[in-house]
Design a binder for this molecule. Structure first.
Ligand code: GTQ
Length: 346
């Protein structure tokens, strides 16, 4: 440690700072240790949204505003460490969207990529570039950057899904664009199931040319992914921290299904007690089946079906479950990998 500077030196420095500030210049040494830290230093904290708590609020929002007036009737899941910033983690936005029977959330497009993870309800649809897909609980659906999309609910029950968007990332890069078409509903130009037929069966059209980095398959039905996990669990020992965990991929590249957001589904066997693990990608987790405890740093979260929680970057965490448990999660891992930043520690 260097000796404490004399008061006179400190005064000279303050005077210097005031003079250079007028020219939009600042001394690095006063902020260096906050900018370049030995380890991730995130304002994001572990947090749990219990379904029983948020469901009544989501339904109440349905009485206060229509999907049409709201454009998107969503309750944002705000991390308590990032209040007022509309984000669940430092890099990702998450919310619970409600579409009531007979409602339409009008078409628009934006440069932010979105994923939908269906939490409750059956038979509503989302349309991406004119192709509808019917939503079932546990399905993972992608709205790629700058694609037209609307949502509608011809079923008899409310539908609620979790949205995760790379809003904070696009904001950081100042690359936001958004457009409305003027007509309310997209004309359905392709029959349902076209994307799945082309890309969802480990086969590809002969003339396939990628339109971008996002998977051409935009619907990953829970039934298939769940079956895969069940088969894995029959044939292999669980990973000590993750249980049986798969990542959703772009079938054309084998890489992440979305360019910035990584998406995963994992099965923790009945009675699983996991080992501590941490990685630099913060995750938003939605419990599909089962439940138990997530120990994240000093925090213990008791989660069950349809609950959502956040695991911040680089925080040691482990899972303990009672019944067999299935977790969906989304994180910024692909972006970190693209920048050679991602780290993990078992
Ligand atoms: O469904 O297009 O939760 O544009 C936030 C912004 C959902 C959507 C959100 C959006 C959407």
């Amino acid at each position: 440690m260097s000796a404490k500077p004399q008061p006179q030196v400190l005064n000279e420095r303050q005077d210097f700072y005031r003079r250079i500030e007028k020219g939009n210049v600042a001394p690095l040494w006063e902020v260096l240790h906050e900018l370049v830290t030995p380890e991730p230093k995130t304002p994001c904290v572990p947090v749990l949204w219990k379904w029983e708590t948020v469901l009544p609020w989501v339904l109440e929002s349905g009485k206060l505003i229509t999907a049409k007036e709201a454009e998107r009737r969503v309750l944002v899941l705000e991390n308590p460490g990032l209040r007022g910033k509309s984000r669940a983690t430092h890099s990702l936005y998450a919310g619970l969207q409600l579409v009531l029977p007979g409602e339409i959330a009008p078409a628009h497009r934006h440069t932010q990529s979105a994923l939908r993870f269906i939490v409750s309800g059956d038979g509503a649809y989302t349309a991406v570039e004119g192709e509808r897909v019917t939503m079932h609980v546990g399905d993972f659906i992608i709205t790629p950057s700058w694609t037209w999309h609307d949502h509608g609910n011809p079923s008899r029950e409310p539908i609620i899904w979790m949205d995760v968007l790379d809003v904070p990332i696009v904001e950081l890069l100042d690359a936001q664009f958004m457009e409305r078409p003027g007509v309310e509903k997209q004309r359905t130009s392709r029959t349902e199931g076209q994307s799945f037929a082309r890309y969802g069966n480990t086969m590809m059209p002969l003339d396939f040319k990628p339109k971008g980095k996002t998977s051409p398959l935009f619907w990953y039905p829970y039934e298939r992914s769940r079956e895969a996990l069940a088969e894995l669990a029959r044939g292999e020992d669980p990973h000590p921290s993750h249980g049986h965990k798969l990542q959703y991929v772009n079938p054309a590249t084998g890489g992440s299904a979305m360019p910035a957001i990584g998406t995963f589904l994992q099965l923790l066997p009945k009675g699983f007690s996991g080992r501590n693990y941490r990685s630099t990608d913060s995750a938003i987790v939605s419990c599909v089946e089962g439940g138990g405890r997530a120990r994240i740093g000093e925090t213990v979260l008791e989660f069950g079906p349809k609950d959502t929680f956040v695991v911040p970057s680089w925080m040691k965490h482990r899972f303990e479950v009672g019944a067999e448990t299935v977790l969906f999660s989304a994180s910024d891992r692909p972006l970190q990998l693209a920048l050679d930043l991602w780290r993990e520690e078992a």
